[in-house]
Design a binder for this molecule. Structure first.
Ligand SMILES: [Zn+2]
Length: 319
């Protein structure tokens, strides 16, 4: 039997201790190389693109000779307005990549010795950068579609006579949402959040390329997909896979999503559910990539991502 990828040495190409031992100078030049990799690591102005700049000797800043804009290695990126050392950002990315089921903000705050609020925003900035690779993406070929309900838990009353049948809508709290996945067999995963599976059909029709074969379970709302795609259905009350039809790839994504919810985040329903789903989607798609490459991918994504409208100055707005 061949060795599982995650057990092999090839899966481990990043050492947390090596990142932790970096001086701030080394961390800065590493991030500079990542940010301006298209220019051999030489800085150019984020505002006008001019490569000629004055470098300050007392601070790690440049001033554009073209437009006079003063910029640092993180200006105009998702880490714009940073307050931590650059090494802390590299450490945060390394820790985030090393944990297959995600890293909670509390754990990150302990690892980096920063406030919970700082870690919460930092982790969400990484999620936003990771999610960017799926913007406008579609899936094609053999695509499995399914939904996973999250949130809206109603605690049963203490006394039996006070308990209500939580299967009825009138006894639910309306907070339950569904993460929809469209997953290529042996390929890309796309996720989004919907109020119901039924309501997700129009979006699925948009993100699944025409000509694809769609695999779905027996739920009647997936019948609408038959108008546009060749569909194969599998009745889970009888069989999980009949050799051709199954949604097991979608289910295995949900298995990891659920483990992240139960084991790491404990609660991720609500306004940021889509961000957590996108994070787990990224982890799913890159699970057979070495941690060193994952680190570079996230660092690249963060450096290539514009300032986050949602997360920059989040706590200044939400006090
Ligand atoms: Zn400029």
């Amino acid at each position: 039997m061949s060795q599982h990828f995650l057990l092999s040495a090839a899966a481990r190409t990043l050492s947390l201790s090596a990142v932790a031992r970096m001086s701030e100078e080394e961390a800065h030049s590493a991030l500079q190389q990542i940010r301006w990799s298209d220019n051999g690591g030489e800085p150019y102005c984020p505002r006008c693109g001019c490569a000629a700049s004055y470098a300050y000797t007392t601070r790690r800043l440049w001033k554009c000779k073209g437009c006079g804009h003063q910029y640092s290695v993180t200006s105009g990126t998702i880490f714009a307005g940073r307050k931590l050392d650059i090494r802390d950002y590299l450490l945060a990315i390394a820790i985030f990549c090393n944990s297959a089921k995600g890293t909670s903000a509390l754990q990150l705050s302990r690892d980096l010795d920063v406030q919970y609020k700082t870690a919460f925003v930092l982790a969400h900035k990484l999620r936003e950068a990771m999610a960017a690779e799926d913007i406008g993406a579609t899936v094609s070929g053999e695509v499995e579609v399914d939904g996973c309900y999250v949130g809206g838990y109603v605690k049963p009353a203490n006394w039996k006579e006070h308990r209500r049948d939580r299967r009825f809508a009138r006894n639910q709290n309306g907070k339950r949402e569904v993460v929809i996945v469209a997953r290529e067999r042996n390929g890309k995963t796309l996720t989004f959040v919907s109020k119901t599976e039924d309501g997700a059909v129009p979006t699925i029709q948009k993100i699944v390329a025409p000509g694809s074969v769609v695999y779905a379970d027996e739920a009647s709302h997936w019948d609408q997909l038959q108008a546009r795609f060749l569909t194969r259905r599998i009745n889970h009350s009888q069989v999980y896979s009949d050799g051709v039809g199954c949604t097991n790839q979608a289910e295995s994504f949900f298995s990891r999503l659920r483990r992240a919810e139960i084991g790491t985040y404990h609660h991720f329903a609500g306004p940021y559910l889509g961000a957590y789903a996108a994070e787990m989607d990224w982890r799913e798609d890159h699970r057979r990539t070495s941690n060193g490459e994952q680190f570079l991918m996230v660092a690249n994504a963060a450096m290539g991502h514009a300032v986050s409208r949602q997360w920059k100055g989040y706590w200044q707005r939400c006090r």
